[in-house]
Ligand binder design. Structure first.
Ligand SMILES: [Zn+2]
Length: 332
């Protein structure tokens, strides 16, 4: 794979329809000024948006519409120094897109440039804009300067103000069904089928996220996590210690995401017991599986903690209280 950005890599199979629609609107000269790439997490939306951005800026896209990777524009993009490509994202260590970043976008997009020149602003993740930032963006969305393309990427479109969403054209992005996602994962990395299923489950069904899990080596860490959840269920571990050890290995955000994916997987196997639990490793057979009502309540509390992430909570307290609840509902 070339560079870190892969802006000229072919779209994922489940994104082909969206890609064709983008190319068609480009051929017809009616690309919406603002495009919303909304869909499930871990399915490659960011990459698709980037591919389209690169394609818009490349001086000679290939027959499949992808950036050539060779021209001057492409080389600047690959080097991260193209003057017409702007990534608008939270700064390191922050979860929010600052209003200053949107003001800068306004100023840069309002500059008068040569005719026919495209300028692309990629907002990723778009829901990281607070109310003030979103309001500022609205001005540019209402009167987009010629040649300006705003690409908004989000896994949580419901967190974007309706005023923003209604001014964007939404793409038909879909999450691939489990069977298709598994087939892709197997083809990509040549793993055993049950390991691929396991990774997909940990990744919440997103095949790109599953591949990243595998490539980052985080899979082993997750096995330790699951071991700890089993230990907690059998009363053989202490929630406070487990929380401490998870947080020394990863962030609260990642811990919560793993826990959510895992609880959802547990609920799915409860709802459809005929579907095999990959490797039978979701939960130790010696542990009591809580009734689904209790699992749902725990999941609700977890989602609430995820919503509050932006308010800088105390990670140890948040995680510990969820693990304590998990231990409590597995006791009976
Ligand atoms: Zn090019």
């Amino acid at each position: 794979m070339s560079g870190a950005k892969n802006g000229n890599q072919a779209p994922f199979p489940w994104q082909r329809q969206a890609w064709q629609q983008l190319l068609q609107s480009r051929r017809d000269g009616r690309i919406a000024h603002a495009l919303l790439f909304a869909g499930a997490a871990g399915t490659g939306k960011s990459l698709l948006a980037r591919q389209f951005a690169y394609s818009l800026l490349c001086s000679q896209p290939d027959e499949s519409g992808l950036a050539c990777g060779q021209c001057r524009e492409c080389r600047l993009l690959e080097a991260g120094t193209h003057p017409d490509f702007h990534l608008v994202a939270p700064e390191e260590g922050s979860k929010n897109i600052r209003i200053d970043a949107i003001r800068q976008l306004q100023e840069e997009s309002a500059l008068v440039v040569g005719e026919g020149r495209s300028r692309v602003f990629l907002l990723d993740p778009a829901e990281a804009m607070g109310t003030a930032a979103a309001n500022a963006l609205l001005k540019t969305l209402e009167e987009p300067p010629p040649g300006v393309h705003l690409l908004l990427v989000t896994s949580r479109p419901e967190q974007l103000p309706v005023t923003i969403r209604s001014r964007c054209q939404q793409l038909p992005l879909r999450q691939p069904p489990e069977k298709e996602a598994l087939a892709w994962l197997l083809e990509q990395r040549g793993l055993e089928a049950d390991r691929a299923a396991w990774l997909l489950q940990l990744a919440g069904g997103g095949p790109v996220a599953a591949r990243a899990l595998l490539d980052s080596g985080a899979e082993h860490q997750y096995r330790d996590f699951l071991q700890a959840l089993g230990d907690l269920a059998r009363g053989e571990a202490n929630p406070s210690r487990v929380a401490e050890s998870w947080l020394s290995a990863t962030s609260l955000e990642t811990s919560l995401r793993l826990l959510a994916n895992w609880l959802l997987a547990l609920l799915r196997t409860q709802a459809a017991p005929h579907v095999a639990d990959p490797q039978g490793k979701l939960l130790d057979e010696k542990a009591t599986v809580p009734v689904s009502r209790n699992l749902h309540r725990l999941l609700d509390n977890l989602f609430e903690s995820q919503r509050r992430l932006a308010h800088n909570p105390n990670p140890q307290l948040v995680l510990e209280s969820l693990l304590l609840e998990w231990q409590r509902i597995t006791e009976s």
